[in-house]
Write a protein that binds this ligand. Structure first.
Ligand SMILES: [Fe+2]
Length: 392
């Protein structure tokens, strides 16, 4: 067997209930001045913000706090960077959902660059990131994007000419990720469901990716084994179950590791641009598209009938087993997987895409420049259009 692949670094990881209570101790070695980035209010309402600030200050750290509401735009990142540059922070500590972690990553990087973040975004700007960045600690309070383990920050501009693009460099992987499931307990069911479906999609897409390696396969399967049984629990009876919350947080972290090393598929190829056109939560977009993408991909793999495509079908069949598939035939197991994913849309009350104002004009735009990313077989424009329209 000939092995040939590369694997970028992972953040140092501290996981377990109560680990966020040690933030002062883990932040202190990076310096004295901490730039704390959080979301608009959830952390405050849960009481965690007060405790985190008190812990940092009692360790002798100076805390400068910024709140970021919603997905970060270039204007928001530039404004925070302009305001913070003179204070010369030593590190960025981002505590919040995926958008907050992305904002923290972009701010940490832009404090070491000149100009606007828009100049450095892939496919938008003309500048190449130098890779210089302040050290960054990521503490997720939702379990979804895996941003705490990735090398990119997603920056969004919604509306006409809108985009959702990445600021990316290997050096932007956080120095430290802290997975404290206690911080996730207050996430409401609709947020838990949408974020969890993003993580599930990332694990599935990176597992079957054309760029997958034995190492990403092992990590993605570990994430799927932990996340699949726990996710529906956390959206219902198990919302206060610290074990389930921890399992989903771990799965989401691993999805960040595997997407950074194996890439993603057609769901993310469509969900990204869709998020630039209408204000649909990323996880909701992924959840809606996933069953149709799996079905069409398996159809195309079956039609291709190559050794490689059969290998990809076996991978989908392995995932199907985690959803309870018992059929002998791999393609039948894949059908079970598709049926299960459709059922999850209902069970987790995932809103349809049409509720966010997605129209046929948007579908035409999305299909005009489709990206299959690293899907194991590409979907045609017609298949992508059907995939989106099925949930409008
Ligand atoms: Fe995602």
């Amino acid at each position: 067997m000939l092995l040939r692949f590369a694997f970028t670094s992972m953040p140092k990881l501290i996981a377990g209930p109560g680990t966020a209570g040690r933030l002062g101790d883990v932040a202190a070695p990076f310096g004295h001045r901490v730039l704390l980035i959080t979301g608009a209010g959830a952390l405050e309402r849960s009481g965690h913000l007060f405790r985190i600030k008190k812990d940092l200050q009692s360790t002798g750290l100076q805390v400068h706090h910024f709140r970021i509401a919603g997905e970060p735009s270039p204007a928001v990142i530039d404004a925070v960077v302009d305001e913070c540059r003179d204070q010369a922070p030593d590190l960025v500590l981002a505590v919040g959902g995926g958008s907050v972690l992305d904002a923290g990553k972009a701010i940490a990087a832009m404090l070491k660059e000149n100009g606007s973040v828009i100049d450095y975004l892939e496919g938008v700007g003309t500048q190449t990131p130098s890779g210089r960045s302040l050290p960054m600690i990521a503490v997720p309070t939702t379990s979804g994007t895996g941003s705490e383990a990735t090398k990119n920050a997603v920056i969004s501009q919604v509306g006409d000419g809108g985009f959702k693009k990445s600021l990316r460099h290997d050096n932007y992987i956080p120095r430290l990720a802290i997975l404290d499931p206690e911080l996730c307990l207050s996430a409401p069911p609709h947020i838990t469901a949408a974020c969890g479906m993003d993580a599930l999609t990332q694990l599935i897409e990176s597992y079957v990716s054309s760029q997958a390696s034995p190492l990403t396969d092992a990590l993605a399967m570990e994430g799927l084994r932990k996340l699949i049984p726990a996710l529906r629990e956390t959206c219902g009876q198990g919302s206060m179950d610290i074990g389930c919350r921890g399992a989903v947080a771990y799965g989401a972290f691993l999805s960040g590791v595997t997407l950074a090393n194996a890439g993603l598929g057609v769901v993310h190829g469509v969900a990204g641009p869709m998020g630039g056109l209408v204000d649909v939560p990323h996880g909701v977009a992924c959840a809606n598209l996933l069953p149709y993408a799996v079905a069409a991909t398996v159809d195309n793999l079956t039609a291709a009938d190559t050794l490689e495509s059969m290998g990809s079908i076996e991978k989908f069949a392995c995932i199907a087993k985690l959803f309870g598939a018992v059929q002998n035939n791999s393609v039948d197991r894949c059908r079970h997987l598709v049926d299960s994913l459709h059922q999850w849309l209902d069970d987790l009350a995932i809103p349809r895409l049409g509720q966010y104002g997605l129209t046929s004009a948007h579908v035409d735009l999305l299909v005009s420049n489709p990206s299959n990313k690293n899907n194991p077989r590409p979907l045609s424009a017609e298949q992508i259009a059907r995939m989106i329209q099925s949930r409008c």
